[in-house]
Design a protein around this ligand. Structure first.
Ligand code: MD6
Ligand code: FE
Length: 214
């Protein structure tokens, strides 16, 4: 079925839900992001955005912070989930109720009811920032889906297969778009191309990635 035909199965009052691969859903314009951005700023006031280090000592071009019980962190020692912010020693800020509600609604809309995320990674992309091809595999239960929310400037998401060498699909993600993926797509390789803000549009993109880490 074509993407257009699939969209037609949903009522005009419902945002389109596009299944791009088995277990991989794009919910177009699913959420009004203005209130989300305000809460991102609140989280960042308590746990500042920072450019984490990766193995080899390089710094990521994407700035990150977290909210919720568990936060994803990277250092020269590797990746892990931590209950405290290594920069302050304090627990990560609580996950706003609006974030939890959104993550659960999106997961349900994509056929994953009962999602209980305990981690929300917040990514911030300025002009030129990119995220290399990777798999999300640091979570304990890979049976749980991931919900990912795009805020602000449009970015090109690269969706690969289960092997790094498989071809990549280029997926433009706009403000308010939500990706939900799980099941047979849970370990797909993916990345984000260098941000190129459009003239007259927002110059920054934020992304919320909800996971059940523990
Ligand atoms: C981003 N997202 O969109 C980065 N990972 O800025 C991710 O790496 C990601 O969107 C797993 C599932 C969904 C995602
Ligand atoms: Fe990822």
């Amino acid at each position: 079925m074509t993407e257009e035909a699939q969209q037609d199965l949903f009522g005009a009052d419902e945002p389109p839900r596009i299944e791009l691969a088995e277990g991989f859903f794009l919910l177009k314009a699913f959420v009004d992001t203005a209130p989300l951005l305000a809460q991102v700023q609140q989280v960042a006031a308590a746990a500042a955005f920072r450019h984490m280090q990766v193995g080899g000592g390089k710094q990521m071009s994407v700035a990150m912070t977290n909210c919720g019980p568990w936060g994803w962190t990277s250092s020269t020692a590797g990746y892990r989930y931590s209950a405290t912010d290594p920069q302050t020693g304090r627990p990560w800020p609580a996950m706003p109720a609006r974030f939890m509600d959104l993550a659960q609604k999106a997961a349900s809309a994509a056929g994953f009811p009962g999602f209980e995320p305990d981690a929300c990674l917040i990514n911030r992309y300025a002009k030129g920032a990119s995220l290399g091809l990777h798999q999300d595999r640091d979570e304990r239960d890979l049976g749980q889906p991931i919900v990912s929310v795009s805020i602000g400037a449009e970015a090109v998401f690269q969706l690969g297969g289960l092997k790094r060498s498989e071809p990549l699909r280029q997926l433009p993600l706009r403000d308010g778009d939500v990706l939900v993926w799980g099941g047979p797509s849970r370990l797909r390789f993916h990345g984000v191309k260098a941000l190129k803000p459009l003239p007259g549009g927002p110059d920054t993109r934020h992304n919320l990635t909800f996971r059940k880490a523990q």
